[in-house]
Design a protein around this ligand. Structure first.
Ligand code: NAG
Ligand code: NAG
Ligand code: NAG
Ligand code: NAG
Ligand code: NAG
Ligand code: NAG
Ligand code: NAG
Length: 834
């Protein structure tokens, strides 16, 4: 009876199909039907459509599912991702075993549902959720196979990401290789099944981003993730399954998809959540992971905390210190941190509490959901390899116990204030560390008390002084302007500790062959530079400062000592100084590969600098400058950053030289304004050249010029183009706006370059040379933008100094003092008439 019924049904459908060739009017395929290329299957309410498609420029044919109702064709699932049909001869049908298969005309198999279970009377149905299911005609709910179990790059509402523990089915997303090619690309996303499960995105086989474990309410790394008016989400972690799922709160009115996208805007790729926006008739990005620099897996190494509000972003946790202080200083954090006081795992250990964290990688964890925090602590103390513990579930007052074994990796800091964000973690430290912490807290309180008393005292005192003054009308008091830090360094008794050497003139004279012309390396703005060799064989560079340039000797010494405190991989090291017989000299380490301008502006030598080297140099300069601006004990503004001041060591590692030299030439220049503009045409920011205003942002401007010069292989100043009167900045800006950015790239390195990196460099360069100093990025953002492929960069605004070869306003300067006006790379000193 049933068979007869379905036979009739089928023959009716077959008639139907043959008359309406483009689309099957129903949402099912039965054994006697098939779907040819050109026909589609539409879900009952018309939400989704199944059919054959080609994508992008490729002519390969695939079977997939897309939104029926959405004008921008958006595929959510592909059957034969890895195995495309090359023509339109494909047929989708149910085979004799009851599987859904895709074959071509000669019956070659291209894809199969390959279900382990089969049933009589199978039907294939496209549901309004976007799920393609294979079931028995008599069983509405029991799916023999469903497309939701084999996701492509998209997680739709109601789809599960993760594990079915009973069937060992692991549902993972994988990105499309490219918009033309749906085959699995670099990124995969799934749930890592260790003790305390978490969602992970892998790039190839490397971990790229982790969500942090589910803490009962949300992922520990996603405090902003809260159930909202659009969707809610759940994480199932039980004996049957470990998986994540989200659902729409209001079905039908909104379209939402989560997609693993390898080609998201800035190339890093990641998970994107889109909603459909009817008004603009396009998908709108709702959220994106990874979000920022600190989301990069393991950026800061072990026992270190990534905090976007700090500079640098990586900070050792309290009670820990960098494993390699030198690397740490040069912003290479991969080595991580180690205990200040090593653990000896005797009675003495205790735990320090940290709040507001994304919990560390849970690869080596152990969980018991019924233990409380006290039992948890005891359990952790008992095992010497247990490094930390926390509640497994933060709902209510918290419950369960997680223990970590081994190094704690990939921690980040969230704001503690909001209460719901981040999580408490208890990390094992030596008890003396705990005591020190208690002490410093007590001292902190004591200090606060003393400070309060002092403030009261000072208030009283100043009141009396005021009365006294009024009464006596006496002269004002002079304050000591020097800050404590400088005072500390100038302290003569400490001079001996310094590594800085006071060379005598005879030594230097001998080393440089009595300052012979053949030893002269070049001439900078502050005097000639000589190469020398000390009697022990060490090569040095001697900068002989012009005699009449500086003021007091003490001032000079102070400055040199300050500079000697600066140590960074990307700064030239000052070995010493020499003050004798009217000579003032600085002695540097010698750099055998000379300076950057020797390479990038020379047709022959620039072929030696391929893109990888140039990018490394850009990045090195950025790190060195960041160190000068933010990370050293002093804030130093270079003020004369240019290609000839970037030296290259034997492995082409860049070293900034001449840093702080400008400071030596007069103490009056440490203010934010100066009456003496020191710098180089083509590298000076407008506010500095015109108004004498300088700040870290004027260095950022020079850095931007340098980056553009390195990418284009042309000098900014003296740049010539037959079509316009612009300098290099103007030229780059014009090409950027005309969408011809890639034509800027130095033809000599076009072959070696990585397009995405070069374009990012140009973008960053243009951001740095913007006219308005307020919107130029700081060096820490620059380092971040250069280093992160997923950073979303703002659009650059008009650069400063791009039309004229030199600002017209500058001609109104009362006098100009050129050290050497014939060469445009020489530092000039302008005396403004203020
Ligand atoms: C399809 O689009 C129309 C108009 O935009 C809308 O009214 C209808 O609800 C949509 N149907 C589905 C299933 O989304
Ligand atoms: C079917 O596919 C096979 C394998 O790709 C191929 O060799 C064959 O020529 C195809 N048949 C037709 C009619 O395109
Ligand atoms: C179907 O599954 C079996 C084992 O489950 C496997 O050996 C076979 O290669 C699969 N076939 C296809 C076409 O995926
Ligand atoms: C999420 O929303 C769906 C649809 O409104 C509802 O059925 C489900 O119970 C909700 N789940 C949670 C965890 O709130
Ligand atoms: C991937 O991201 C890019 C840029 O945001 C977007 O244009 C593209 O549509 C996305 N791909 C998918 C499948 O959503
Ligand atoms: C978890 O902790 C409870 C309470 O301490 C204990 O009874 C139970 O045996 C523990 N389970 C495991 C697997 O250790
Ligand atoms: C400590 O824990 C580790 C990891 O669970 C385990 O392999 C080891 O045997 C434990 N040691 C002791 C002394 O319990």
């Amino acid at each position: 009876m049933a068979n007869f019924d379905s036979l009739v049904y089928c023959s009716i459908l077959l008639c139907f199909c043959s008359t309406f060739a483009e689309s099957i009017a129903v949402n099912t395929i039965t054994r006697s039907q098939f779907l040819r290329d050109g026909q589609t299957l539409v879900s009952r309410l018309g939400s989704f459509e199944l059919g054959f498609f080609s994508s992008g420029k490729s002519r390969n044919r695939y079977v997939g599912i897309w939104y029926k109702n959405i004008t921008v064709q958006t595929r959510v699932w592909v059957a034969n991702r890895k195995n495309p049909l090359i023509d339109s001869s494909g047929v989708l049908r149910i085979d004799v075993r009851g599987n859904l298969i895709l074959v071509n005309q000669t019956n070659n198999l291209f894809w199969s549902s390959n279900s382990s279970r089969t049933a009589g009377n199978p039907v294939v149905q496209l549901l309004d959720s976007g799920n393609l299911v294979l079931r028995s005609n008599f069983e509405e709910e029991d799916f023999l196979w469903q497309s939701f179990d084999y996701p492509s790059d998209t997680l739709l509402p109601g789809m599960k990401l993760g594990w079915n523990l009973k069937t060992r089915l692991d549902r993972r997303l994988s990105s499309w290789k490219s918009p033309d090619d749906p085959s699995p690309g670099d990124l995969t996303c799934g749930i890592e099944l260790h003790g305390y499960p978490e969602t992970v995105i892998w790039k190839g086989t490397e971990e790229y981003f982790r969500s942090g474990p589910w803490n009962g309410l949300r992922y520990s790394g996603g405090p902003e993730m809260v159930t909202n008016s659009v969707f809610n989400f759940t994480f199932m972690d039980n004996a049957d399954e470990v998986c994540y799922m989200y659902q729409l709160s209001d079905k039908g009115s909104i379209q939402l998809r989560l997609v693993l996208n390898q080609s998201s805007s800035s190339n890093g790729g990641g998970l994107q959540r889109f909603t459909w926006n009817d008004r603009i008739s396009d998908w709108q990005l709702f959220a994106q992971l990874p979000r920022d620099y600190c989301d990069n897996y393991g950026l800061c190494g072990a026992y270190s905390n990534c905090d976007m509000n700090q500079s640098p972003v990586c900070q050792c946790l309290e009670g820990f210190k960098p494993k390699s202080p030198a690397n740490w200083k040069s912003l290479d954090w991969s080595g991580g941190c180690v205990h200040k006081i090593p653990l000896d795992c005797r009675e003495g250990d205790g735990f320090m509490k940290f709040s507001g964290l994304k919990l560390p990688d849970t690869r080596w964890t152990w969980v018991n959901r019924s233990m409380d925090l006290k039992e948890c602590k005891v359990k952790c103390l008992k095992n010497c390899s247990c490094t930390a513990y926390a509640n497994a579930d933060v709902r209510g007052s918290g419950s369960g116990c997680v223990l970590w074994f081994g190094d704690l990796i990939d921690i980040r800091q969230f704001l503690i204030s909001s209460g719901t964000s981040g999580q408490d973690l208890f990390i094992r430290v030596d008890s003396s560390e705990l005591a020190a912490q208690r002490d410093s807290k007590r001292k902190g309180k004591l200090k606060a008390a003393i400070a309060a008393t002092l403030v009261m005292g000072i208030l009283l005192l100043s009141c009396s002084v005021w009365y006294l003054r009024k009464w006596k009308n006496k002269t004002k008091l002079e304050g000591n302007k020097m800050n404590n830090e400088e005072q500390d360094i100038v302290d003569k008794s400490k001079m001996d500790d310094l590594e800085l050497h006071a060379f005598d003139l005879a030594t230097i004279s001998m080393a440089t062959d009595n300052f012979s012309v053949s030893n002269k390396l070049g001439k900078g703005g502050f005097g000639p530079v000589y190469k020398g060799e000390l009697s022990n064989g060490q090569e040095i560079a001697v900068k002989r400062l012009s005699k009449n340039s500086f003021q007091g000797l003490d001032e000079f010494k102070n400055e040199v000592i300050l500079i000697s405190k600066l140590q960074h991989r990307n700064l030239v090291k000052v070995l010493g100084f020499c003050i004798e017989g009217g000579e003032t000299m600085l002695i540097y380490e010698y750099m055998e590969n000379k300076s950057l301008d020797h390479y990038i502006f020379n047709e022959k030598r620039s072929t030696l600098l391929d893109w990888e080297k140039r990018f490394n140099i850009v990045f090195g300069i950025a790190r060195g400058l960041l160190y000068l601006h933010h990370d050293s004990r002093l804030r130093i503004i270079h003020r004369d950053l240019k290609a000839s001041n970037i030296l290259l060591d034997s492995s082409m590692e860049p070293k900034i030289s001449d840093f702080g030299i400008a400071r030596i030439f007069g103490g009056d220049q440490i203010e934010a304004e100066t009456n003496k503009v020191v710098g180089t045409y083509g590298y000076m920011s407008p506010e500095y050249a015109i108004e004498g205003l300088f700040s870290v942002k004027s260095d950022v401007f020079s850095f931007g010029v340098l980056v553009l010069e390195m990418v284009c292989g042309k000098r900014n100043r003296g740049f010539y183009h037959p079509e316009h009167q612009l300098n290099l900045l103007g030229h780059a800006w014009k090409f950027w706006n005309d969408g011809k950015t890639s034509e800027l790239i130095d033809p000599l390195m076009r072959d070696s370059c990585v397009a995405s990196e070069v374009l990012r460099c140009i973008h960053v360069g243009l951001l740095c040379v913007q006219q308005q100093m307020e919107i130029r990025p700081t060096m820490s953002s620059v380092v971040f933008m250069l280093g992160s492929e997923s950073a979303v960069l703002p659009d650059p605004q008009q650069p400063g100094f791009f039309t004229e070869r030199f600002p017209t306003k500058a001609s109104s300067f009362s006098s100009m003092q050129h050290s050497c006006s014939s060469s445009n790379s020489v530092t000039v000193t302008l005396l403004t008439g203020r």
